[in-house]
Design a protein around this ligand. Sequence first.
Ligand SMILES: Nc1ncnc2c1ncn2[C@@H]1O[C@H](COP(=O)(O)OP(=O)(O)OP(=O)(O)O)[C@@H](O)[C@H]1O
Length: 244
Amino acid sequence: MTNSAVAVAVDGLRVIRGGREVLRSVSFDVPRGSVTGLLGPSGCGKTTLMRAIVGVQIVAGGTVTVLGQPAGDPLLRDKIGYATQNAAVYADLTVTECLTYFASVLRVDDPAADARRVIADVDLTDHAGKLVGNLSGGQRGRASLAVALLGTPELLVLDEPTVGLDPVLRDDLWTLFHRIAERGTTLLVSSHVMDEAARCDRLLLMREGVLLADDTPEGLRAHTEQSDLEQAFLRLVRESEAAA
Ligand SMILES: Nc1ncnc2c1ncn2[C@@H]1O[C@H](COP(=O)(O)OP(=O)(O)OP(=O)(O)O)[C@@H](O)[C@H]1O
C-alpha cells in the first residue's frame, strides 16, 4: 500500500497499562476509505488501541502514524472524529443545542445545518428537541456518535457504537458507516459482536493484546475454511494457542 492509500499505520505498538503489557507488538495498516472492524473479546485491548490512534494513550514502543502524521499531532485535531464508549454529551442541553454547540466549537461553516445533518444521520430527528438527560441509553449513545460525525473528519474512530442497540438501528448505523466511507472517510469501528464482522471491508481480530488476523471477511473465511466468521475467529484462536 502506498502512503497516500493508508489512513492509519501501526508498527510494533506496545502499551503497558496497570503494569501489564496490554498491546504486544501490534502492526497493521488501515486503508483509506474503508470500514475496518476491530473485533475481539472484552478486555483484549480494542479501546487501548483506539486511544493510541487518537493520540491519548502513553505508548511503551512502536509507532502510530495517522493521515501521515504521528498520532496526537495537533494537525490531526479536526481531522479525526472519536466516539468513546461513554456518552460525551451534556445532559442539560437538548440534542439540537448540544450538537450545535459542538459544531460551533469545531468552527464548521453552518453549525445549525451541520447539527441537523448529523442528528438525521443517527436517526434522532424525532428527539432533537429533547433534553439529552431524558434520552434512553441507546439514544444518548447515538447523540454522542453524532458529535463524532460533525464537520468533515477524514478518520472516524468509533468505540462500540452499536452496543445496546436493537437490530434495526444497528443495521441502519452500518449502512450509514458505509455511506460515510463512500465519501472517502476512513472508519475504524470496534465491536465484540462477531456478527458485525461481516459488515466490514476489513477485519482486525484481536485477542489478549495480540493481533490474530488482518484480513477481509472473505480472506478470513478462505484461510480458516469456515463460512461463519465466529467459527473462523475460534479457529484462529486455536491455531495461535497450538503455536504457543
Ligand atoms: N486505566 C487502566 N488501568 C489499568 N489497566 C487498564 C486500564 N484500562 C484498561 N486496562 C486493561 O487493559 C486491557 C485492555 O483494555 P481495553 O479497555 O483496551 O479492552 P477492550 O478490548 O476495549 O475491552 P471492552 O470490549 O470491554 O471495552 C484490559 O486488561 C484492561 O483491564
